[in-house]
Design a protein around this ligand. Structure first.
Ligand code: C5P
Length: 407
């Protein structure tokens, strides 16, 4: 694809489902990522979202009809199919997926899909039963085999009041996935990456635990960016409120011990291990099967004995074959010095350090600012969104990993 001289040109296909109301937001997210967008609506989509709104946001006349003489005179549908660097269909209904899988060309959008050689992305959106139906799953399989990239769907509450798979990914996630796939060099193609994310919980009794403020965002963003760069990603996650990035294999754990088991069992089959999780350093010495009663404590002072958790990332250094190991460090003072020492002590190939004393970055926030420290130097990445940090880290780590693999 030669996009050196122009912005990414995206045909945004919109089919007739309730999620079509999110199409103008998706246009915005694509535009701010420097894309040019021409919306193409199916006849049913016009019932859910107004072409006028789309025109206002996209700054391009939306196309709705194969037989629109004016539009065809300006840019015929074959020309339009050639113009596109990518076709993104969001929402893609069950009906649209069926027509696409069957190779039909019975409206402008499906005709464009047949006529283009550009990559096609679909973001399905439908009722959970429709998604799970054997016919839809067959079409999905067919589309993947034809080279279509399927984004989502997510699990969750649906417009019809049901819960389950079939919710369209959020517009921002769709825009990120499309742009990342079109623009990111596949620097980790075929590389197996194991990532940990989130906090751990160390239970004292069935209802009480020790944990920390980690939201899991940086680890999830890293997993997603690694996947976009072509890696096969397994994400071992502590308890977080985040949905799994598309294409990433997720293993849920609760405690540090469970995280260690999940990681150790997979480390030898991983090329790179990135330990983003904020693993609790200590757990209660004793787990009480029954909820502790206040009266069991002799005085108004509660004392709890703690036991140190094993260091997961440190123990990976002994795994054979040893993956390329990257740790994370959250520090509140002397961040760089402590991190340099930590890298040596834990025998890490690299460490990513952030100063969590700044409330605008780090724990629980959208932005971060980090420094990557490795044997050959240090790379400071100034304040930016965790997603952007993740993309930069993936590219730095891919370079370091390739140098090690060569050497
Ligand atoms: O020593 P500290 O907790 O600051 O080290 C942070 C790094 O060590 C992170 O990469 C974290 O995932 C990892 N870690 C671990 N197991 C522990 C504690 C921390 O893997 N028990």
């Amino acid at each position: 694809m030669d996009t050196d001289n122009h912005a990414l040109r995206i045909l945004l296909g919109i089919s007739g489902g309730i999620a079509a109301y999110k199409a103008p937001a998706l246009v915005r997210h694509l535009l701010v990522r420097n894309a040019e967008v021409v919306p193409v609506l199916t006849p049913n989509a016009v019932r859910f979202v107004s072409p006028t709104a789309l025109q206002a946001v996209a700054g391009q006349r939306p196309r709705t009809d194969l037989w629109d003489d004016d539009a065809e005179a300006a840019m015929g549908h074959i020309e339009l199919a050639r113009w596109a660097d990518a076709v993104v269909i969001a929402p893609a209904t069950a009906n649209l997926m069926a027509r696409l899988a069957a190779g039909m060309a019975d409206d402008l959008l499906t005709t464009l899909c047949l006529a283009t050689t550009a990559p096609i992305f679909v973001a399905p959106a439908m009722n959970a039963r429709m998604w799970e139906h054997a016919a839809t799953q067959r079409n999905l399989h067919r589309l993947r085999a034809d080279g279509v990239t399927v984004l989502g769907p997510a699990d969750g509450e649906q417009a019809c009041g049901e819960f389950g798979p079939g919710r369209m990914l959020e517009p921002e996630e769709i825009a990120d996935a499309v742009i990342a796939r079109l623009a990111t060099p596949r620097s980790l193609a075929g590389v197996r990456v194991l990532v940990t994310a989130g906090p751990t919980r160390e239970f004292l009794d069935p209802v009480r635990f020790i944990s920390n403020r980690s939201s899991g965002r940086q680890g999830f963003a890293f997993a997603q960016a690694a996947h976009h760069a072509g890696a096969e990603v397994t994400l071992v996650s502590g308890p977080v409120h985040l949905s799994t990035p598309a294409g990433v294999d997720r293993v849920d754990v609760v405690s540090a011990q469970q995280m260690k088991d999940a990681v150790i069992g997979r480390a030898a089959e991983s090329d790179i291990f990135v330990s983003v999780a904020a693993v609790a350093d200590y757990r209660p010495h004793q787990f009480h099967e029954q909820k502790l009663k206040k009266s069991q404590q002799p005085s108004d002072e509660f004392r709890m004995a703690l036991k140190e958790n094993e260091d997961i990332v440190g123990s990976i250094a002994d795994v054979v074959p040893r993956p390329f190991v990257v740790g994370f460090a959250a520090e509140t003072e002397n961040a760089l010095d402590y991190a340099r020492q930590k890298r040596e002590r834990k025998r890490l190939d690299a460490i990513v350090v952030n100063d969590v004393s700044d409330p605008e970055i780090g724990f629980d926030s959208v932005d971060n600012a980090v420094t990557l420290i490795h044997a050959g130097g240090e790379v400071a990445l100034g304040k930016m969104a965790k997603r952007a940090i993740a993309q930069r880290l993936v590219s730095e780590i891919a370079t370091l990993y390739a140098a090690r693999a060569d050497g």
